[in-house]
Design a protein around this ligand. Structure first.
Ligand code: ADP
Ligand code: GLC
Length: 480
């Protein structure tokens, strides 16, 4: 008999996605099934989620749910066993999961995600007749309060895991909202939800969960330092004995160059020549000049400070001087978007930027680029470099977090030994990136060495099986 597990999360691919969190939430449950865990995923009932729920059936009624009525609806989609909170006053909005069409965060996000976590705790403690999970797994700040409701709300004890996907987003709200969030006064202490005189969602999760995980072993170490800890490093050092890093995988069915309907031509490590058609298609789609002999660099990213896009823009002159082309697909900060559009305008045919979220185009960038640039200042795990490995696009990454844990630098010895699968650089500066580009191009010009590197990249195990075994072991340690 499989152990029932409740996952609580604010996005899950393919129903709703703004980044890697959705990919993880959409894939991990499937990978855990063969390990003996039956995961049910609780999501806010955004319109896009409710519309895709198959076999929808109400299982819980809450007439007074944070300012309006709510039902929990169970159903399935994309192989996931889902619970959606149908609470129109909180989630029935056009726009993204966190912000309206104007990109501005919903003003009541504190309430919206306190409600998600409260519902998670209720369901964990048996609100659904006939279903009791053995543990609850809460993801990121949006579900960070789950352990707080479990600890301070009374009711049966349920083991909890909190996974930190990104310490940069912590969910901090005024302490005046404590009662509105249905947290008792006793919860507001240094050992509870209090965080620099506010309510800290992620802080609460880290303080109160039985186990804390993050998405790479290296990030699990980095976040205990003041350089990467974003104010939580002290608490993370205190809780180090229950903190571990488990690498993400990617869905290798969704990301399969040999059978990807979103790319121009299928290929695999034995048919690398077929990549050429994808390079051509990418150039054409992005409006880059038809120059098959020019190296083609790709970026698929949120456009934020974290991702080092400004550093890439600083190093652009070097990239251009080498005769390379650059294709960027991303969305995020207005200033970075504009800077990229300006760069494309000033370098027609050589630089192209698509501002927006486009899953299909992301696949084509991976299939058609020679190398994928990920110059992140910090990166908990990163999925784009894993997709790149799978698609034989050589990842050129900064040596931080999950990038350091997944990309093996193809230095001279690694190339000779056949172990490298990409390029690392450090620190995250224009000069270091420019040198990495030069080093990448030196290998690129040696076609045989480059193809060997591509094959090594494509042979890297980027699937979910190995990580899922780590999660399964962690789960078992909690329910034993
Ligand atoms: P993060 O979660 O920090 O944004 P990850 O690398 O973990 O970074 O995951 C990003 C995910 O989102 C990947 O699946 C990537 O392909 C996708 N992605 C990011 N930006 C875009 C975009 N503009 N269009 C399509 N997919 C995108
Ligand atoms: C976060 C991180 C990213 C990670 C993703 C999924 O968005 O920024 O590094 O891969 O979560 O865990």
């Amino acid at each position: 008999m499989a152990h029932p597990v409740l996952a609580v999360v604010s996005e899950a691919f393919p129903l709703v996605k703004t980044g890697g969190l959705a990919d993880v939430a959409g894939a991990l449950p499937l990978a855990l099934a063969p390990e003996g865990f039956a995961v049910r995923t609780l999501l806010p009932g955004y319109p896009g989620v409710l519309a895709r729920l198959e076999g929808a059936k109400p299982v819980v009624d809450w007439p007074d749910f944070f300012g309006g009525p709510a039902r929990v609806v169970s159903g399935s989609a994309a192989g996931l066993d889902l619970l959606a909170i149908d609470a129109p006053h909180l989630y029935a909005r056009t726009g993204g999961p966190y912000a309206g069409p104007d990109g501005i965060d919903w003003p009541d996000n504190g309430l919206r995600f306190a409600a998600l976590a409260w519902a998670g705790a209720q369901v964990a403690q048996g609100a659904i007749a006939g279903w009791r999970p053995a543990l609850v797994h809460a993801h990121d700040w949006q579900a960070g309060l789950v352990p707080a409701y479990l600890r301070f709300g009374g009711g049966p004890r349920v083991p909890s895991v909190v996974t930190v996907h990104n310490l940069a987003f912590q969910g901090q709200y005024p302490k005046a909202l404590l009662a509105a969030f249905r947290l008792p006064p006793a919860a507001y202490g240094v050992d509870g939800v209090e965080y620099y005189d506010t309510i800290g969602f992620l802080k609460a999760g880290i303080a109160l969960a039985d186990r804390i995980t993050t998405v790479s072993p290296r990030y699990a170490l980095e976040i205990r330092t003041s350089e990467f800890g974003m104010g939580l490093d002290g608490l993370l050092r205190e809780r180090a004995s229950v903190l571990t890093g488990i690498l993400n995988g990617i869905d290798t069915t969704e990301w399969d160059p040999a059978a990807d309907p979103r790319i121009a031509a299928p290929f695999d490590a034995k048919r690398l020549a077929a990549r050429e058609a994808n390079r051509a298609a990418l150039r054409q789609r992005m409006g880059l000049a038809a120059e098959p002999s020019a190296p083609l660099f790709g970026v698929v990213s949120r456009l934020t400070w974290q991702k080092g896009i400004d550093v890439l823009l600083d190093a652009l002159p070097e990239l251009l001087a080498s005769g390379s082309q650059l294709a960027v697909v991303g969305t995020g900060d207005g200033a970075l978007q504009n800077a990229l559009l300006r760069a494309a305008q000033s370098n027609p045919g050589q630089v192209a930027a698509f501002i927006g979220f486009d899953e299909s185009l992301a696949h084509l960038v991976q299939a058609g680029s020679d190398a994928i640039l990920v110059p992140s200042r910090f990166e908990p795990c990163g999925l784009t470099q894993l997709c790149a490995l799978r698609y034989g696009a050589i990842p050129v990454v900064s040596r931080v977090g999950g990038l350091a844990d997944t990309v093996i630098d193809a230095n001279e010895m690694a190339l000779a030994a056949g172990t490298g699968n990409g390029m690392q650089f450090s620190p995250v500066t224009r000069d270091a990136l420019a040198l990495a580009l030069a080093r990448t191009l030196a290998v690129w010009r040696d076609r045989e060495a480059w193809q060997r590197l591509q094959r090594q990249a494509m042979a890297t195990d980027v699937g979910w099986q190995r990580p899922a075994r780590h999660y399964a072991a962690l789960y078992r340690s909690l329910i034993a």
